[in-house]
Design a binder for this molecule. Structure first.
Ligand code: FES
Ligand SMILES: [Fe+2]
Length: 384
């Protein structure tokens, strides 16, 4: 019999609330409409992407003062810039005159000039000049600073909190610190960056990155020989993150160059974390791979991804080989996730059971997070 589609966001929220209350022993996937409904995405945009810490890139992308790139997050136009003091700032890329977008693309700038009427801003967002405005009643140059969003760096990843009210990110991620400290991620070199749009829901990308269950069946030649599904281990989760370790096949050769502080276990495994809701990162002995996801529509996601590592030359063979491996297994993931998105629209699909914790416990943690933030109890009080 066909499952009845949940026809309201309210019904989806109550369903999520029930997931939170259900025993951990019987975890199931999220309702399909959580991946396909525009109304549900509107809720996520308002109640997650505007209120939580959202990673939008790596500080290595803007290494020198004046370097910048533009991006968009839930219809906010942003310019991410390294100021003269070397600090990373996230500014609203919207002109204080009549709202045009100020900076375009990416590059290096001494100032930003709006293309519409020529207002010019410093790279810290202060208005420097506004042609012919001296005699305009009510114009005060000092009141026309580009809005600055709250920003925190964690291991050189740039996180923005649009509503400015989130609690400290660094504190929430403190439990991860001892697990990743030997990799010294903040000292790694930025080696590769790209942005892509995939035809799938943003949560499909996050869940996929975070579960080892698919490694052997979906990546038989790229990842299975290195990190087969059977050797995956769940790591402790927290309110703001979840993680797992994928241990190397004993026949897999050593992967270097690695940091000399890495333990034997760290040299023979990869560690994956998701910083909820939308950032994922994998620490390998030799490189770190990350993805910042941003929803565009229920069926499309922007992915800003990159690679950092101990190697210093981005054109060296060890780097280009690893980036190519990432492109190869990402192409396998993308092909499958774009099909998954079609399957999720079926009225006959009912959310299935999840695999044991070592393989899909991270997905259950993601569902718990969604339920805590967006779920409702049956009497419609928000669950917190
Ligand atoms: S909108 Fe930017 S100068 Fe007019
Ligand atoms: Fe994968």
């Amino acid at each position: 019999m066909a499952a009845q589609p949940a026809n309201t966001v309210q019904a989806l929220r109550e369903e999520l609330g029930q997931r939170l209350q259900a025993a951990r022993q019987t975890p199931r996937a999220m309702p399909a409409e959580c991946y396909t409904s525009s109304d549900y995405l509107a809720l996520e945009r308002d109640q997650l992407f505007r209120t939580q810490w959202i990673c939008i890139g790596h500080a290595g992308e803007i290494a020198k003062p004046g370097d910048y790139y533009t991006t968009e997050l839930v219809d906010e136009q942003l310019v991410v810039v390294r100021d003269k003091a070397g600090q990373v700032k996230v500014l609203s890329n919207v002109c204080r005159h009549r709202g045009n977008v100020v900076a375009r693309g990416a590059g290096h700038a001494a100032r930003f000039t709006c293309g519409y009427h020529g207002w010019t801003y410093g790279i810290d967002g202060h208005l420097l000049a506004a042609p012919l405005m001296q005699e305009s009643a009510g114009f005060q140059k000092s009141q026309c600073h580009l809005h600055e969003f709250r920003c925190e760096l964690w291991q050189e990843y740039i996180f923005v909190n649009l509503d400015g009210a989130a609690s400290s990110l660094r504190e929430a991620l403190e439990p991860i610190a001892p697990v990743i400290k030997n990799y010294h991620p903040a000292e790694q070199n930025f080696l590769f960056g790209a942005e892509e749009v995939w035809n799938t829901n943003w949560k499909c990308v996050v869940e996929n990155f975070m579960e080892g269950y698919h490694l052997s069946p979906l990546h038989p030649t790229t990842l299975h020989p290195i990190t087969p599904t059977a050797l995956c281990e769940k790591l402790p989760n927290g309110a703001a993150f979840t993680g797992y370790r994928s241990n190397f096949n004993p026949t897999c050769p050593e992967r270097g160059p690695y940091h000399p502080d890495l333990s034997e276990k760290e040299r023979r495994s990869d560690v994956f974390y998701s910083v909820f809701p939308s950032f994922v990162v994998g620490f390998c002995p030799h490189f770190t791979l990350y993805m910042c996801t941003r929803p565009l529509t229920p069926d499309t996601v922007a992915i800003r991804w990159g690679v950092t590592g101990n190697a210093s030359d981005p054109t060296s063979k060890v780097v280009t080989d690893y980036v190519q491996l990432c492109k190869d297994f990402c192409a396998e993931d993308r092909r499958e996730l774009e099909q998954l998105q079609k399957g999720l629209k079926s009225r006959y699909y009912q959310p299935g059971p999840l695999a044991p914790d070592n393989f899909e416990g991270t997905v259950h943690d993601i569902i718990d997070y969604m339920a805590r933030h967006l779920g409702l109890s049956s009497n419609t009080a928000a669950l917190k």
